[in-house]
Design a protein around this ligand. Sequence first.
Ligand code: FES
Ligand code: FES
Length: 78
Amino acid sequence: MKATIAQKAPYPITVEAGKTYYWCSCGKSKNQPFCDGSHQGSKFTPKQLVATESKTIYFCGCKNSKNGMFCDGSHNAL
Ligand code: FES
Ligand code: FES
């Protein structure tokens, strides 16, 4: 089963140091790029990120990145 493409572009999010984030890997969350529990009943699970510094992260929205939750440009080939 393939992940759903939420959008063919990353989500730029400013994360805060020390906070925990759960990236949606299945693409079905209504709260992209984060998990809202919609993966339940599928093989997908969210990926956890504990921010070590406050900065902008480009979370993958297409769910096809080869670099996990981080956009690696793979959306350009979809
Ligand atoms: Fe997609 Fe949880 S809703 S991983
Ligand atoms: Fe998925 Fe860029 S949005 S690789």
